[in-house]
Design a protein around this ligand. Sequence first.
Ligand SMILES: Nc1ncnc2c1ncn2[C@@H]1O[C@H](COP(=O)(O)OP(=O)(O)OP(=O)(O)O)[C@@H](O)[C@H]1O
Ligand SMILES: [Mg+2]
Length: 238
Amino acid sequence: MSSADLLNDLTVRPHPDDALCLQAVTAGYGSQPVFDRLSLQLQCGRIVGVLGPNGAGKTTLLRLVLGLLAPVSGTVAVLGRELRNDADRAWARLRIGYVPQIQSPTALPITVADSVLLGRWGRSFRFLKRPSREDREVVHETLALVGIAELAERDLATLSGGQRQRAALARALVRRPRLLLMDEPTTYLDREAQRELVHLIERLHQRLHITTLVVTHGLEAGWRFDRTVRLSGGGLDD
Ligand SMILES: Nc1ncnc2c1ncn2[C@@H]1O[C@H](COP(=O)(O)OP(=O)(O)OP(=O)(O)O)[C@@H](O)[C@H]1O
Ligand SMILES: [Mg+2]
């Protein structure tokens, strides 16, 4: 990584080709900041790994990008637009697909296809606007893309861990996002399933060219990133 990306670098300026631009971001929960003047710039079209130990702030970084956490100071720009208010955050969220860290089991009886359809919520269907035929077609295309088309009508709760991760990936991709954020997508998978998921994500990246940010503890699963960013002690450590 170039020195321009390093912590405390105030020369970072948003560029139209940036998927993300954080400038001197201080952020955290309560009085203890997780990030202290963090600056980071990521170009569109890349697949980037975010590494770091437990508690380093990997999920917090994703929360900043999603607009779920506002910085105490500094700026966060997503796809060239600075997140200043709710309208900016809603704009960004429509363009982001997010695979959260833990796929909590659901008590709701819901099919895999319907759970993926929920990823279109707010984009093409919403309150008082039903999903269209196209929405359902996109769901089935996306399930095929991630290799679980045959599970479309299964109850989500009956899927294995690896299948559930694929369903979560489909739910993120069904939005047709420009930016894909994944928080430890290989958690709970055995070595073989980890490698399969890594290959799937790499193939999808090559095919769809979506800027992809993958939070991961390590590279053992066979990740080959365009770039890696290491978080520790409130900033970047590459
Ligand atoms: N909602 C919250 N309220 C208070 N502190 C929080 C909250 N969420 C995270 N933290 C703290 O912020 C720090 C960074 O947490 P974060 O979840 O971003 O780490 P992480 O790198 O994703 O860790 P892990 O590898 O365990 O997922 C930790 O010290 C954590 O305890
Ligand atoms: Mg985390």
